[in-house]
Design a binder for this molecule. Structure first.
Ligand SMILES: Nc1ncnc2c1ncn2[C@@H]1O[C@H](COP(=O)(O)OP(=O)(O)OP(=O)(O)O)[C@@H](O)[C@H]1O
Length: 862
């Protein structure tokens, strides 16, 4: 764990000041008396246990500082406090050794042992002892105010950022409460730098709101001076609309004023509270309000303590087309706009009569995430982050059933559209007439004044080549006010597409859903102003411990390259290198061994390969069924059915078409043979395929996730990068360097050198394009898959363009989250040049290549 690591999208803290320099650090040289040296030595011995191993100690500098420290101390304390002086001397010695990392000047509180956290004054990183008895409460609080960076078993790391504080304010926390609770949990008094950072950042937060009234957008605040400040900005001023028509609810003043919405008695369906209400109603009892209790249980603040808005709310209208610019500008001016929808007092938009079915009960973490959204009786816009397979769909459906207004659901593919519709029908009492889909094949409208439309981002955002029907459908979508817009998989949608959706569709509240709030590009910050702050992020390990998702054992299996494959790998400069490390015969063997081992245990196995060439080669050699982009729909369904129900089909091979949207709760083991470079998101999504394992609650059940990596190749670098997201969620990857019993496996493939050479020749003869990873997913019209570029996977875009971003050098070099291991590269080159005896096949190929090059050179010369 390192405090250099930064969460995606977080803003680097520019804390006002560093710690004061210590007098001893600036000490000038002073001659030592004889006994000073021996005292320094004994002090050094005392502190030896604190010195990191391998640190070099400059003894003469140390003694100089000690001498200075002694003089300062005796001057300050007099003769009577030699104990204090001794301690200070020790501190100063340690200070020298730890240099910038010395925080001993933050003195521990007396009862620090019972307080679970420590906060860095330099960068706002918070370290939490997760073994503390109050760790769970501390976690709830930290999730509300900071970004989780890393959450392994014993020590968690969080980071305070502008966005996280924005999110804290938006769920109703007050500045002084944040400081007070942090102080109570902290082992040291909260550093001044952090206190002022929190004050500074939260001062302006929560003061400005964006509201939609009668199809028009207003910037609203109960602080007129804040609106004055905003209007001084050119972008905002130019976006302002000076409306002529003023109706009863919008009275003209210096700014338009309206009345603040009144808090009421909201109950989220599917919760225990909702059930209790129903029971009370059935028993004729008046249901006591427990909204306050619900809220308190979530954020630890009494709802009644939260100040309601001033009755006089001031507002000015802004141009729909400029809404996005205004939001962005407000963010930059440190006045991020909250979007809250007082849906219960909306009399303009028709109600939608839907509810969860009586049999639907939402899980505690689903309830918690929704409480963050509805904590003050209105719908706050923002993002909910839940692990893959944890039931984001039901969270979205419950939110829609709470708001009970027209709802637009946007997903990434037409397959997901059908799944969302099916889930709405499964969990809620919505009727066929109330729910419509808008895809390339189906363009439906709901009957009546209100309803649900499920569509894809592309269908709504792509404006070119629209059919007449699509145009009419778009008119239907853009001409009305939506109570709620549900945005699935928010982390994959290109920012420009989001912008178009947000500006064309008028919605009172937005909820973004995702499992992996990471993007390999720099666009994650945009989500904050386009949708809203992160409202909740669940802890993967917690959900696994409680049986909501499966426990997974993760392992990276190192497969040494055969000498022939490695030699070619070192010689090859093109994309074919990738084919060589995927097709490594030892990887074949490891895959065969693991399949056999897990089939014998009764597991159902999915083998993932992004590379279709490798996918087909492996599946055919190992005699298994496979699905990739080219497999027809009927064939796909048949294979998936067999996998689910037939005892004879226990292993299937999937290309990246299976990364998302494939719900196979039977699968209990994953083997990854080829993947998309360093994509942390893909790794997490793939893991998600086994997190929903049906057998997850069986006694001692574990699912297995293996990544097969060819040793000493680029694949190792990518693999480390890919794992980082899951490691930060608390997963531990074991490295397996040798699979016991592999050599003894009957019918082990590619055992003889000749077979291996034959395999190598097939790889070398393959077209270079076979190494491509990006062509497999055949996106249908309106699907997003086709819009995802290699940039999303941690690679430069296919059409690189200049882009100016701020970031650290490590980020620039792609070494974020990486540890550096020095390798002797020249040794590899030497190995490649080595005149080893060549197999006749390669000798022939070398000759052909040399001849072709000669010919090309001759042609170039003219
Ligand atoms: N409260 C609940 N009660 C019973 N089953 C639930 C509940 N919530 C979710 N599930 C089930 O959990 C499974 C996973 O749900 P879902 O597909 O919504 O997950 P997800 O978070 O969207 O996953 P992914 O990110 O992989 O798409 C589904 O089979 C769903 O029916």
């Amino acid at each position: 764990m390192s405090n250099k690591r930064s969460a995606e999208g977080s803003v680097d803290l520019a804390l006002p000041s560093k710690r004061p320099r210590r007098a001893a650090e600036d000490a000038a040289y002073i001659d030592l008396e004889d006994d000073d040296a021996s005292q320094a030595q004994s002090a050094l011995d005392d502190t030896a246990s604190l010195v990191p191993r391998g640190a070099t100690i400059n003894f003469s500098a140390l003694t100089r500082k000690l001498a200075q420290a002694r003089r300062t101390d005796s001057a300050e304390d007099g003769e009577g406090s030699s104990l204090t002086a001794h301690r200070r001397q020790q501190d100063k010695l340690v200070s020298h050794i730890f240099m910038d990392q010395d925080f001993s000047w933050l003195h521990l509180k007396n009862d620090h042992g019972s307080r679970p956290l420590w906060i860095s004054p330099d960068d706002g990183h918070i370290i939490l002892e997760n073994f503390s008895p109050i760790a769970e409460q501390a976690q709830d609080f930290l999730i509300a105010i900071s970004e989780p960076v890393s959450r392994p078993t014993f020590i968690h790391e969080y980071k305070l950022t502008s966005y996280s504080l924005y999110a804290a304010v938006s769920v109703g926390l007050q500045t002084e409460d944040i400081i007070e609770v942090l102080n109570r949990l902290s082992k040291v008094p909260i550093p001044e730098t952090i206190v002022s950072f929190i004050r500074e950042r939260t001062l302006s937060y929560g003061k400005v709101k964006l509201v939609l009234k009668h199809n028009k957008y207003y910037v609203e605040s109960s602080h007129p001076e804040t609106l004055q400040i905003l209007l001084k900005d050119r972008v905002i001023r130019e976006a302002r609309v000076h409306s002529q028509i003023v109706d009863n609810s919008i009275k003209a003043a210096t700014f338009t004023t309206s009345k603040a919405p009144v808090k009421g008695n909201l109950v989220i369906p599917g919760t225990k509270e909702a059930e209790k209400r129903k029971e009370d109603a059935a028993n004729g009892k008046a249901g006591a309000s427990s909204e306050a209790e619900l809220f308190t249980s979530v954020v630890g603040v009494d709802a009644d303590e939260i100040e309601e808005d001033d009755d006089n709310v001031h507002a000015f209208e802004i141009d729909d087309a400029k809404i996005d610019d205004v939001k962005k500008r407000c963010n930059e001016l440190e006045y991020p706009m909250l979007e809250e929808y007082d849906f219960r007092n909306d009399t303009v938009n028709a109600n939608l009569d839907i509810d969860l079915k009586p049999s639907t009960v939402i899980r505690p973490y689903q309830e918690t995430s929704l409480s963050k959204m509805f904590g003050n009786g209105r719908a706050r816009s923002g993002i909910i982050v839940l692990p893959c397979g944890a039931g984001k769909t039901l969270v979205g459906i419950t939110a829609a059933c709470t708001i009970k207004k027209s709802c637009l659901v946007l997903c990434t593919s037409s397959v997901s559209v059908m799944q969302w519709k099916q889930q709405f029908m499964q969990w809620s009492n919505v009727t066929e007439r109330q729910i419509a889909v808008f895809t390339a094949d189906q363009k439906e409208k709901f009957a009546g004044d209100s309803g649900i439309v499920v569509s894809t981002y592309s269908m709504v955002a792509n404006t070119h080549n629209r059919s007449h029907e699509s145009k009419k459908m778009m008119e239907f979508l853009t001409s009305r006010e939506w109570g709620f817009i549900l945005l699935d998989e928010v982390h994959v949608v290109p920012a420009a597409m989001f912008r178009r959706v947000v500006t064309t569709i008028k919605a009172h509240s937005k909820l973004g859903l995702t499992a992996t709030l990471v993007r390999e590009d720099d666009k994650i910050a945009d989500l904050n102003y386009m949708i809203g702050p992160k409202l909740y992020e669940a802890n993967w390990m917690d959900l696994a411990a409680k049986g909501h998702i499966a426990n997974v054992q993760c392992a990276e299996v190192w497969c040494p390259m055969t000498p022939e494959f490695y030699r070619e790998y070192l010689r090859e400069q093109s994309r074919k290198r990738m084919l060589l490390y995927c097709m490594n015969p030892r990887k074949f063997q490891a895959c065969q061994f693991l399949i056999k081992y897990h089939e014998d245990r009764g597991d159902k196995i999915i083998v993932f390969s992004d590379n279709v060439f490798a996918l087909e080669a492996y599946a055919k050699k190992l005699n298994k069924l496979y699905i990739h982009g080219g497999t027809g729909q009927v064939e796909r369904m048949r294979i998936l059915q067999w996998f689910q129900h037939s005892p004879d089909v226990n292993t299937i091979f999937l290309s990246k078409v299976g990364d998302t949207s494939i719900d196979l709760p039977e699968a209990t083991c994953l083997i990854q043979i080829s993947s998309h470079f360093g994509s942390r998101r893909q790794e997490a999504q793939r893991l998600g395929r086994i997190l929903r394992a049906k057998r997850r609650n069986d006694e001692g059940f574990n699912a297995f996730f293996y990544s097969l990596v060819s040793k000493d190749t680029q694949e190792m670098f990518y693999s480390t990068k890919r794992q980082q997201f899951l490691i930060d969620q608390g997963y531990a990857f074991k490295v397996i360097t040798h699979l016991d019993g592999l050599e003894g496996l009957r019918d082990l493939v590619y055992q003889s050198r000749d077979e291996q050479i034959e395999l190598l020749s097939s790889v070398l003869l393959a077209n270079e394009s076979e190494a491509d990873l990006g062509t497999d997913v055949r996106a249908g019209e309106g699907d997003l898959a086709g819009t995802i570029t290699s940039k999303d996977f941690g690679l430069p875009g296919r059409f690189p363009g200049a882009q100016r971003t701020t970031g650290s050098l490590t980020a620039l070099s792609g070494a974020q989250h990486m540890s550096y291991v020095e390798q002797n590269k020249s040794a590899n080159k030497k190995l490649a040049r080595e005149a080893a005896p060549r197999h006749k096949l390669f000798a022939k190929r070398d000759k052909e290549l040399a001849a072709a090059r000669k010919e090309a050179r001759a042609a170039a010369r003219g």
